[in-house]
Design a protein around this ligand. Sequence first.
Ligand code: C2E
Ligand code: MG
Ligand code: MG
Length: 642
Amino acid sequence: MNRILAGIIFFLFISTGYISYLVHERQQELQKLTHYTASWSAAQLVSEYYRFESMLGLYTIDENMSMDEARLRLDIMLSQSDLMKEGDLKGYIDSSKAHQELASQLEQALDYLDTHLEKMNRPEIQAYLKTMHSLDARLGSLSSGALDRDINSVSDANLKIKTLYYIYSATSVLLIIMSAILGLLIFYQNRNIRLAHLQVKSLADALQESKEQLQIQNARLEYDVYHDSLTEMNNRHFFWGNLTETIEVAAKIDSSVTVMLFDLDRFKEVNDTYGHDVGDMLLRQISQRLIAIGLTSATLYRLGGDEFAFLSSGLTETGAVSRAQKICDAINQPYTIYNTVINITTCVGIVISDTERRSDYLYKFADLALYEAKNEGAGKIKVFRQWMLDKLQESRTLEHDMAQALVNKEFVVYYQPIVDSFSREIYSYEALIRWIHPLKGVLSPDTFIPVAEKTGMINEMGKSVLEMACREAACWAVPTKISVNVSPVQLSSKAFTGIVMSILKDTGLAAERLELEVTESSLFTESSTPVNTLNRLRALGVKISIDDFGTGYSSLSRLSRIAFDKIKIDKSFVHSISAQGDALNIIRLITGMAKSLNMKAVAEGVETQEQLESLQALGCDFAQGYLFGKPQPFIDAKIRNG
Ligand code: C2E
Ligand code: MG
Ligand code: MG
């Protein structure tokens, strides 16, 4: 568009210049018309010459006429003859040799007369007139020739003026058209500029709007950085910022800092049993309750999952514990979610310190206290003490020693018989690991298995137990079965099936003689690996028992995903047979369930004849316990040698 406009303006500029040139040209042509022309000069000269000749002729015949009159005519003629030396007539004369010759003869004649006229008598003048008459005809043709030429040049000029007029008119019309186009374009351009202006305005408005939205989003983002989206409580990030701040303020006024960490008991099981929706709603209700009991939102935090925190300064230990108890009481009240009543408790770890000013240390101490509370059981509150730190140190030392023990082959297998409840015949042996510690003697698995599971060492440890047990059982004369415990950590490894298969192959033990004991917690995982592993092993012929049944939080739907061969009733129920009527009912329920699911029931921890008789009365198939034999590093000679 701009190029077109520039082109048109350039054209207008050139056209205006050209029109000026045309006007100038026309002026020139008009000037030619108004000039004295050659024909006029020639006619003047020739008519004066004729008049002079007449005057001389009269003088020769009229005696009374004075010479002065002839002289006057000659002078006029002389002055007229100057026309031949200048202007258009000169140009005309110069254009032909004949004209130049005529002009020079005329000049000679006039010069002669100018010199001799007064000395000449009438007959001499008459004689000279003859010479003069010889020029008449040629002078006449000079005059008519000049006239012809002038007529031609006038008509040429007229033609040129006409042409110039046409060009001028066409250029003017073009100029008008171009001006009109220019006008239109300028109008169009103005409209575009107006439109562009409107667009810029609407863009600016949109920009302003998105700026405002961005500000809102930024505010939301800033809020999200410090708040938990599920419960709207302050989050972990906020916690660490406030912890540092609380410590700084407390340090200035020499006050104590209290950090409390809460961890819900069995929240994972709630999630697994009722679904994550219910779990989320439970967390929301917990946060509402905490706010409802008057705790300011600035002191409460959700650190993630089912972990909460409370921060304060200036509290005494009694004050902190009673505050924790208040929080626990609020959390422990039953919840109704989707018409289901859910009970949940929480453990609390507390640290109150007026000397420790490092935030990560305070957090670690509260966490250690929480760990101890969890160890003690659901709903417990523990205040941090130095021994907790010492214990942690011990556990670290234990980890180190265990790694060493694995290399030194300090782990061995003890065997405990599982017998038929009625015939008391040995049905199988359970392999139970022991650590023959060089300083502490024989250590039971409860002291090191949790650490081995935490560090992952259980994989190597479990593999070596399985290998030792299978190798041992493979050389027995009586094909009694061998039971081996498997940790949830081992089961969640995809390599486990392969490990079992290769051990069976290496030791030559038939798959049907191997029984693996797994706990209910092995199945409480999002991953499908444990279930798949167990199903694959079962397909090979390996038997699967569910250990410590009744202590977990199993749902029937989850249990039905694997066809177990045996259910091992936890020893805590067997021990309570005589003391609690409930225990007997639970055992009855479990044995009944085992029967209907086509499984065998095994009672653990049978120590007395009385317990055995009760179990027999309930139809429990197998029994294991000190009544039949304690775990020993060797097995019955009858089984070994046949
Ligand atoms: P568990 O599999 O339930 O094993 C039975 C536990 O009860 C054994 O404890 C055994 O000594 C004990 N016990 C047997 N009869 C009686 C009785 O009449 N009275 C009492 N009070 N206790 C009895 P132990 O050997 O200390 O093993 C504890 C747990 O450690 C086992 O419980 C098992 O879960 C785990 N464990 C043992 N060996 C291994 C292993 O090689 N791998 C894995 N992953 N876990 C193992
Ligand atoms: Mg077991
Ligand atoms: Mg058990």
